[in-house]
Design a protein around this ligand. Structure first.
Ligand SMILES: [Zn+2]
Length: 280
């Protein structure tokens, strides 16, 4: 399937409309928010998400939430990572896989037309990362995009030997170094969230010491629709969350501007993992 040029033009028009609307919202939101309850954190949603296996701890004690400020970095202590552990308006939007090049392209367009900050968990064997490398590079260099490791071929790590786990992570590490000039260490996401102490140790042996799970997600591991994606986004995008979406489903393309607008309306600040965590 290909995305028609008309669709891309339509998306560009919608984005420019949203951006000009955003200026107005920027003026109105402080007034509107004053009378509106803070977006609810779906504290139980993590359990309903695509079951991170291996004993993912829900809740975070990286640092007492009340001690953080919006620009302060947080120490990594409670692993696997499944929330930011901050008490402000920060949210990490993390994007996995990259199975469909056109959907990676839609995220690139969002980067080009907004101030969004994203962390991509790259599955190295998917071609779209090569196709869009030149357009992604400036954002990687400026720090608005962080690249993390989502293995080479998206296997269930629990089914692999330690040696195979290392190979899966190292192939994508080499791809990211060769193509973008950056290492993804220490952040990686086990496919399907499947991990245990053994897989963690195998990854940590080569410097991948931080398995990253998620607080909530866009219910987009199977074919979905723009309206279902937006409904999930309304639930998932709240302060302190690590939100998981995928660059796989075509439905994602049309809804990204609406999700960005939702983030603006809630006065959330998108951050990469490097924006938040001190990892060395
Ligand atoms: Zn994945």
């Amino acid at each position: 399937m290909r995305i028609k040029r008309g669709t891309q033009r339509k998306q560009a028009r919608r984005l420019s409309l949203i951006l000009s609307t955003g200026v107005v919202l920027g003026l109105l939101v402080p007034v509107a928010i004053a009378g509106v309850a803070e977006p609810r954190r779906p504290s139980q949603r993590a359990a309903a998400s695509p079951a991170p296996l291996g004993g993912a701890a829900v809740g975070s004690t990286h640092r007492s939430a009340s001690e953080t400020s919006p620009t302060e970095k947080v120490s990594l202590s409670n692993l696997p990572l499944d929330s930011l552990g901050v008490a402000d308006n920060r949210v990490a939007w993390t994007v996995d896989d990259g199975l469909t090049p056109e959907v990676i392209g839609a995220y690139v367009q969002l980067l080009q037309t907004t101030d969004v900050r994203l962390t991509f968990f790259v599955t190295g064997s998917y071609e779209g990362w090569r196709q869009y490398a030149d357009q992604l590079k400036p954002f990687v260099q400026s720090g608005r995009v962080q690249l993390a490791n989502h293995t080479w071929s998206h296997p269930d790590l629990l089914s692999l030997t330690d040696e195979q786990i290392v190979d899966e992570l190292e192939r994508t590490e080499e791809f990211l170094l060769d193509t973008f000039g950056v290492s993804a260490k220490p952040y990686y996401r086990p496919p399907m969230g499947r991990r245990d102490a053994r897989t963690d140790a195998a990854a940590a042996n080569i410097g991948y010491t931080v398995p990253v799970l998620w607080t909530d997600w866009l219910d987009d591991s199977l074919p979905t629709t723009p309206s279902a994606l937006l409904a999930a986004a309304k639930r998932a995008f709240v302060q302190d969350a690590i939100v998981l979406s995928h660059a796989n489903e075509f439905a994602e393309i049309d809804v990204l501007p609406d999700i960005y607008l939702l983030i603006r309306e809630r006065e959330l600040q998108t951050v990469t993992l490097n924006d938040v965590f001190v990892s060395h």
